[in-house]
Ligand binder design. Structure first.
Ligand code: PLP
Length: 401
């Protein structure tokens, strides 16, 4: 007789509870052993023939590249977050993005890609996709059902990212999904910022939701991975087979780190959000800060949509700062002791990244003496982070006195 699994009636419980219990391959232990496996042995010739003939399934191992109990546990945990039928893991968020675009777009197809998208996604569209004969139109992140005007006969997919990378515009996802439904287009979203805890795109009828798990899902700045979920069994199977065919495989230790990190996702997000709001409020009062791009602030484009659709915010936001020259910016960055300067975000540590304004979106034009600085508020005490930023501003002021 087996004890009833805590997941038997999952929908009555809060997500924070469910992530703690999801993805336990062996009910006798709360953690799972890490399977380092390439070869999987079949019991005998009969099982070998049976497995060879059967379609891949989640219950049986076949060969390490096709998954082990370690990667299945991570998949289960991710599915638990958004009620998806399957999660396709990959080696990075970038790999997941490339898989979606390569799997569902063919030569001759047209893609509607949001203009505020993550830089490497933009590069992939104008490089790799264009070479394959897929055309991309970049659309304004603040477009709603007026996106309809950009739909062509060969349009196949609308790709979204909300808030936008660097510029933080919140998209009207329901309006864009309605356009997609009207014309029979696929919808995909980069949901890295929100995770399904703050915004679940599948609840808004988006077909494919991808995340760079490198950020908040893992949350400890020690592994890279990507994941795409869907509630359509057909789309899941297509993307899963595409990903396998390209040899994409998440290494067991990284899958295990990711699963370990996900257990605390809910409390981490809440703490990042609290800290970020405290720091943002203080920044607002600083003479050098001309604008906050924090989705919970009215100054953020699409803020009303954020209030309508999102459950909360996290630790990542933008701030526009006045700096007289490059030397002032350098003095600011170098005076910071707690904020590191480096790529990525979503770990426990605070980061400060001056962003290159490579293009002027209608929603973001900077004056010559302004720079966009992206901050990630980690799990340090917000008072200490404020004191650190104070030092940065003081260093800027000293230089230009
Ligand atoms: C970091 C990031 C990615 C890429 O993820 P990697 O795991 O670093 O490849 C994609 N989209 C967004 C919004 C990101 O922030």
């Amino acid at each position: 007789m087996s004890k009833k699994s805590p997941m038997d009636n999952p929908n009555t419980r809060h997500l924070s509870t469910r992530i703690v219990h999801a993805g336990r391959p062996d009910p006798r232990v709360v953690t799972s052993p890490v399977f380092h496996a390439s070869t999987v042995l079949f019991q005998d010739y009969a099982e070998f023939k049976a497995r060879e003939a059967a379609p891949l399934d989640r219950e049986h191992m076949y060969y390490g590249r096709m998954g082990t109990p370690t990667t299945r546990a991570l998949e289960d945990a991710v599915c638990e977050l958004d009620g998806s039928v399957g999660a396709v893991l990959s080696t990075s968020g970038t790999a997941s993005m490339a898989s979606i675009l390569n799997c569902f777009l063919s030569p001759g197809d047209h893609l509607l890609m949001v203009d505020s998208v993550y830089g490497p996604t933009r590069k992939f569209c104008v490089g790799s996709l264009a070479r394959r004969g897929v055309r991309t139109t970049f659309y304004d992140p603040l477009m709603g059902d007026d996106l309809e005007a950009l739909v062509e006969d060969s349009t196949r997919m609308i790709f979204m990212e909300s808030p936008g990378s660097a510029t933080f515009e919140i998209q009207d996802v329901p309006a864009l999904v309605a356009v997609a439904k009207k014309y029979g287009l696929l919808t995909a979203i980069d949901n890295t910022w929100a995770t399904p805890l703050l915004f679940d795109p599948l609840d808004f009828d988006v077909d494919l939701s991808m995340q760079s798990g490198t950020k908040y899902l893992n949350g400890h700045a020690d592994c890279l991975f990507g994941v795409t979920t869907t509630r359509s069994p057909e789309l899941y199977t297509q993307l899963h087979h595409h990903t396998l065919a390209h040899g994409m495989h998440l290494a067991p230790d990284d899958a295990n780190l990711a699963l370990r990190g996900m257990r605390t996702l809910a409390i981490r997000l809440a703490a990042h959000d609290r800290g970020a709001r405290t720091v943002a409020k203080w920044l607002e009062s600083q003479p050098r800060v001309t604008r906050l791009l924090h989705p919970a602030w009215e100054s953020c484009p699409g803020h009303k949509t954020f209030e309508r659709d999102f459950q909360g915010a996290n630790g990542l936001f933008g701030t526009i700062v006045r700096r007289e020259n490059e030397a002032a910016l350098a003095a600011f960055v170098d005076a910071l002791e707690l904020f590191g300067v480096g790529f990525s975000w979503g770990g426990f540590e605070s980061l400060c990244l001056p962003m290159q304004a490579t293009r002027n979106l209608p929603s973001l034009t900077l004056a010559d003496d302004e720079v966009l600085i992206r901050l990630h508020i980690g799990l340090e005490h917000p008072d200490d982070l404020i004191a650190d930023l104070e030092k940065g501003f003081a260093a800027m002021d000293r230089l230009n006195r």
